[in-house]
Design a protein around this ligand. Sequence first.
Ligand code: APR
Length: 241
Amino acid sequence: MPGLIPPSLVVLSGAGLSAESGVATFRGADGLWEGHRIEEVATPEAFKHQPQLVHRFYNLRRAGLKTVLPNAAHEALVKLEREWPGAFLHVTQNVDDLNERAGAQKLLHMHGELKKVRCLWCRAVLPWEDSLETTTACPECAKTGKLRPDIVWFTEMPYYIDEIMRALQTVNVFLCIGTSGVVYPAAGFARLAADYGCQRMIEVNLEPTSISDNFTEQRHGPATVEVPKLVDELLAELSSG
Ligand code: APR
């Protein structure tokens, strides 16, 4: 019908989206935080006091990206992005590049990206494929020891908060995929979307989470099964009016 504004959609994703590609999640039996103490590798203090340890942790994770591929859930979200007629935004807490490799364009990495580094001296943000050492020189300003992974560590401010807040104010369909919902502010987005009046709130996860109460629909199962099904359903509903 002419004049009708098409519904807007926001996706919030977490580590469960990439789990079936072989990227470790954070919590749970084989989670990254089971083998590492967060404060030793993922805080600004850790980087100040033990930069080698922090670099080693992120170098391994960056190298690990070379052996993984996008899965059916990443691909389905790209289909949704391309075919959804209204505003679309995918906010990911993931620092891998699997969404981009599947073709995602309307994507915000609120916790940064493994394949980017940031210079604490000249503030340049640069694409980065290789290992980072404490002796690595910044390609922009040539200072050594100033490059850090462009990852949002605990106690730091996530990226793109203004854009995300704006999207949550007008969202009509909110999808939350593969996040345990324990790390704020992302864990608060579902509540905010609901408070702003979002009617369709769908959570996809293997199990109920600490934020499940905010959702009107739950899909329990692996993302590679549930997300493609859900995307097809949403697109079919929309085309049937
Ligand atoms: N399909 C769907 N959901 C899954 C799958 C899967 N195949 N595998 C795991 N999950 C779910 C788990 O049940 C869990 O709820 O994904 C969630 C992963 O939770 P976390 O490991 O806590 O990851 P995430 O929520 O992304 O963590 C948030 O914490 O440490 C920080 O910065 C880090 O961005 C990360 C943030």
